[in-house]
Design a protein around this ligand. Structure first.
Ligand code: ADP
Ligand code: ASP
Ligand code: MG
Length: 418
């Protein structure tokens, strides 16, 4: 039994006052604001959008590797930092970049105001480190926009229903941006990043990977869930549930990027496969003779997002995020289960809405692996995905070979955004 479970997204409070036209949310990732010059560049892009007549909300990530540095600093001080204090610390990165962008915008002669997630009205649940947005109270943003200001919001963070600062999980600024776009009734949510869009594979591994013009929400959910870190999974769930169109594009060029939107006929007819995604390191657990109900209840109670689940005889095999390793071990111990874990496997996934109507994808996948001499371990599927685990050392080879086998570098499968 295998499936990818996507979380349901809570309702966003309806935008009050009612949604207006001409609002755009523009999110800039860490590499886009990595140094003072880039920060001034981002300010310029936001100012151009404002001068084009829009109500503009910018969402920024922390500069470069600032979040990683803050996490490392915490662990230098304490072996297991308290989650509340860790959130207090790592939310700072976005506060820095957000204030700097606002300063640079002021220098260009426009009125800008920076807001923390809490000031921007982003209310979350109380799960530190991967909080979920439960409500967006957008009044303060509306007021600032009404005063003709450009609004900058620190990504990746909110305030919990218990008034603590929370963070939304790694890559969480994407979710901040989408939640704001939904709450403000924005026309679109633009995700500016260091690549030109969503590619048929990670361009760092497959240089011949091709930019996709349009991807359905379902495909992007599968891709984000299986390692295409260009968008945080939760941001795609949010976009789908609230009908927010996403445009993933480059910070450094004016080129059109990739649209993520509802599936249409042409998406199904054209390419059979949209992309090959991967993760290099997965923690795979094997639990002997446990009741699945007790096991997954215990993991859910510890807020651990289980991914692939496979039952083999009386054994249950599942994977869970690397960052939840300590919590997963603690939950399994508390259950008194007999269990083991391994971290020498990575996962390769083939995703495509066209799979539903084109037979033969599994055959081509597994013959390619056989010819490569790579042994797939656990296999998991959904109607639009085939995923399998292989030794971490074999991941890159498998991704490249499958990208070739499905001819993904060829422009044949090109799709145009309507
Ligand atoms: P940001 O800092 O802008 O949020 P991320 O590092 O989170 O950017 O995401 C962008 C990165 O995602 C790219 O640099 C790229 O290496 C990686 N990536 C992985 N898979 C894909 C894919 N299929 N398409 C595009 N980028 C991908
Ligand atoms: N700065 C945070 C991170 O590195 C959030 C983000 O970049 O979206 O995960
Ligand atoms: Mg990101």
């Amino acid at each position: 039994m295998t499936e990818t479970a996507f979380e349901t997204v809570p309702a966003v409070a309806p935008a009050e006052p009612p949604a207006r036209t001409g609002t755009v949310v523009m999110k800039f990732g860490g590499t886009s604001v990595a140094d003072p010059e880039k920060i001034r560049g981002v300010a310029q892009r936001l100012v151009q959008a404002k001068q084009a007549g829009g109500r503009v909300v910018g969402v920024v990530s922390a500069m470069g590797h600032h979040t990683d540095e803050l996490v490392a600093l915490a662990h230098d001080v304490s072996p297991r930092p308290k989650p509340r204090e860790l959130d207090m610390l790592i939310s700072v990165g976005e506060r820095v970049s957000c204030a700097l962008v606002a300063m640079a915008i002021s220098d260009l002669g426009l009125d800008a105001i920076s807001l923390t997630g809490s000031q921007a009205g982003i209310v979350t649940d109380t799960v530190h480190g991967k909080a979920k947005i439960v409500e967006v109270r957008a009044r303060r943003i509306h007021e600032a926009l009404d005063q003709d200001r450009l609004v900058l919001v620190a990504g990746f963070q909110g305030v919990s229903t218990e008034y603590d600062i929370t963070t939304l999980g790694r890559g969480g600024s994407d979710t901040t941006a989408v939640a704001l776009a939904a709450a403000l009734g924005a026309d679109a949510c633009e995700i500016y990043t260091d690549v030109d869009g969503v590619f048929t594979a990670d361009p760092r591994i497959v240089p011949r990977a091709r930019k996709l013009h349009a991807v359905s929400y379902e495909e992007m959910l599968e891709m984000a869930a299986s390692g295409a870190k260009v968008l945080q999974l939760r941001s795609v769930e949010f976009a789908r549930n609230h009908g927010v169109k996403l445009h993933v594009r480059s910070t450094f060029t004016g080129d059109e990027g990739t649209w993520i939107r509802e599936e249409d006929e042409r998406m199904l007819e054209k390419a059979m496969i949209s992309g090959v995604t991967h993760t290099l390191e997965e923690v795979v657990y094997t639990v002997a003779e446990a009741s699945p109900a007790d096991l997954f209840e215990a993991l859910a109670a510890a807020s651990i997002n289980v991914d692939t689940i496979i039952q083999i005889g009386s054994e249950i095999v599942f994977s869970a995020p690397l960052e939840d390793r300590a919590e997963t071990a603690a939950a399994l111990e508390a259950l008194g289960a007999r269990w083991s874990e391994r971290d020498d496997l990575g996962k390769v996934s083939i995703v495509g809405a066209g799979m539903k109507s084109h037979p033969g994808v599994a055959a081509r996948t597994f013959t390619t692996l056989r010819d490569l001499g790579v042994d797939p371990r656990f296999v998991a599927t959904s109607p639009i995905k085939i995923a399998f685990y292989v030794g971490s050392d074999d991941v890159e080879r498998a991704v490249k070979a499958l990208h070739d086998a499905f001819d993904l570098a060829s422009p044949e499968a090109e799709r145009q955004h309507a």
